[in-house]
Design a protein around this ligand. Structure first.
Ligand SMILES: [Zn+2]
Length: 72
């Protein structure tokens, strides 16, 4: 059976393109000002919101890498 998931950003309602763990996305979403209505373990995002989150995720990974690269 096919289960249709919708984007978990409040007021969006587009079909979900990706899903993330709640842990992974909650922080990013609040940083981006995206209210999530999901309280489950998985957060579903439509293409548009996924792109926003992905961008932010990349930024954070870059920062993390830089941190780890510092010689102290
Ligand atoms: Zn959305």
């Amino acid at each position: 059976m096919e289960q249709k998931n919708l984007c978990d950003v409040e007021g969006c309602g587009n079909p979900a393109a990706r899903s993330f763990s709640q842990e992974e996305v909650a922080k990013l979403a609040s940083k981006l000002g995206l209210p999530l209505q999901s309280s489950g373990k998985r957060v579903h995002l439509c293409e548009k919101h996924y792109k926003q989150v992905k961008k932010e995720l990349k930024k954070q990974k870059k920062i993390e890498k830089l941190r780890h690269g510092l010689p102290f």
